[in-house]
Design a binder for this molecule. Structure first.
Ligand code: FES
Length: 103
């Protein structure tokens, strides 16, 4: 499984915020910090491919800022249908770096 080093821990978003990173092949990654826990998802909503980095997060649910579609923050799966999903990436901290595992 390929991994990508996103940033150092001190460059990660602060709690309650999100930061965009570019992954290989031009894929955008939105790294959310929710209460000190980091979550990484592809930075594209499956509805109209718009960025989700300004999404509201509440009780583990990500609400797209564009038209309100909602997703499980941890899995990226839509609350409307299991068939709709934002790709999500496992996040780990290694040697003071934030690393995501790509599928
Ligand atoms: S682009 Fe996300 S709900 Fe429309």
């Amino acid at each position: 499984m390929p991994s990508v080093r996103l940033c150092t821990l001190d460059q990660a978003p602060q709690p309650g915020s999100c930061r965009h990173f570019d992954l290989p092949d031009g894929i955008g990654c939105a790294l959310f910090n929710v209460g000190g826990e980091l979550f990484a998802l592809q930075n594209n909503c499956p509805h109209m491919d718009s960025p989700i980095e300004d999404a509201a997060i509440e009780r583990g649910v990500l609400t797209c800022p564009w038209h309100g579609w909602q997703f499980n923050l941890r899995t990226g799966i839509s609350l409307m249908s299991d068939h709709i999903r934002i790709p999500s990436y496992a996040v780990r901290i290694e040697n003071n770096h934030v690393i995501v595992d790509l599928p």
